[in-house]
Design a protein around this ligand. Structure first.
Ligand SMILES: [Zn+2]
Length: 285
């Protein structure tokens, strides 16, 4: 059997991990799935055989995540000025979980946790790959000539961005991103207790066939359930928005493996696919 050319180790893992997240699969079942897929592949394949092994690999590879405690009523995140508080400054709710039977507070065990996969390191990593660094320039020379819409590059929003921010537009490597919730309706109610709400960043710099591939749909956040925080989703998006603001205003200096040079990368959030508080997102950028 040939090695699969369609999947790198990272994209295979991210694809499988997304299924776990979407389905609310337990770690035990996910271990079994990884084991099975591992056995299906040629003998010397590199796919991890357990969730633990996968997490370690993803962490080393820059896909580690930050755990950020959240108010159980979704008012605030315990970060920045609230980092050391043990109760929410708005609703006064405790930061810690309560034992269901005794009602006792379990100090140190957070009631709610947001997982954030920091984006800056991952952008740096993308440009260190010669292939990706080249693919990220695709949009620059591939706008439509016949007026048909094949890709966001042919959209009015894209042209408006070019018009309004010519300096940003002049650098082919600057990233144009969109927010998505992985095809799920963020405002529907899920019943599973451990449901999480994945937030993905889609990268529109690449060709249409590549944009929607698992490795380019970056899982950036897992917002804790049980229900979608429809009113307070902005609270959870803050760490991501902070990084996006930095990347928009300051940018960051990184290495481009295709052109073999350092440059200042900037990024812009074009829109959110679900129109999830889009006005608010754009107004903060
Ligand atoms: Zn609160």
């Amino acid at each position: 059997m040939e090695t699969s050319l369609n999947y790198t180790k990272v994209s295979a893992l991210m694809g499988l991990y997304r299924i776990k997240v979407k389905s609310g699969m337990s770690e035990n079942f996910f271990d079994q799935l990884l084991m099975l897929v591992h056995d299906m592949l040629p003998e010397n394949n590199v796919l991890p055989k357990s969730t633990d092994e996968m997490k370690k690999f993803l962490k080393v590879f820059g896909f580690g995540y930050d755990l950020i405690h959240a108010c159980k009523n979704d008012c605030i995140l315990f970060r920045k000025e609230y980092e050391d508080l043990v109760s929410c400054p708005r609703c006064k709710g405790s930061r810690w979980e309560r034992d269901k039977h005794t009602g006792e507070e379990k100090k140190g065990i957070p009631a709610k946790v947001l997982r954030y996969f920091p984006i800056k390191d991952r952008f740096k990593r993308m440009y260190r790959s010669k292939r990706l660094a080249e693919e990220l320039r695709w949009h620059f020379t591939n706008a439509t000539e016949d007026g048909t819409m094949r890709h966001p590059v042919d959209s009015l929003t894209w042209l408006q961005v070019n018009d309004k921010w010519p300096e940003f537009a002049a650098e082919a490597r600057n990233l144009r991103l969109g927010l998505s919730t992985d095809g799920m309706n963020p405002f529907s109610i899920q019943n599973t207790k451990y449901s999480t709400w994945p937030i993905l960043l889609v990268n529109y710099n690449m060709a249409p066939t590549k944009c929607m591939k698992a490795e380019n749909m970056m899982l950036t956040m897992l917002i804790p359930g049980p229900t979608a925080p429809s009113n307070n989703i902005n609270v959870y998006l803050q760490p991501l928005i902070d990084d996006l603001k930095d990347l928009w205003s300051e940018g960051m200096e990184i290495y481009d493996a295709f052109l073999k040079e350092r440059f200042t990368l900037k990024a812009m959030l074009l829109w959110s696919i679900t129109d999830l508080h889009k006005d608010w997102l754009l107004s903060t950028l």
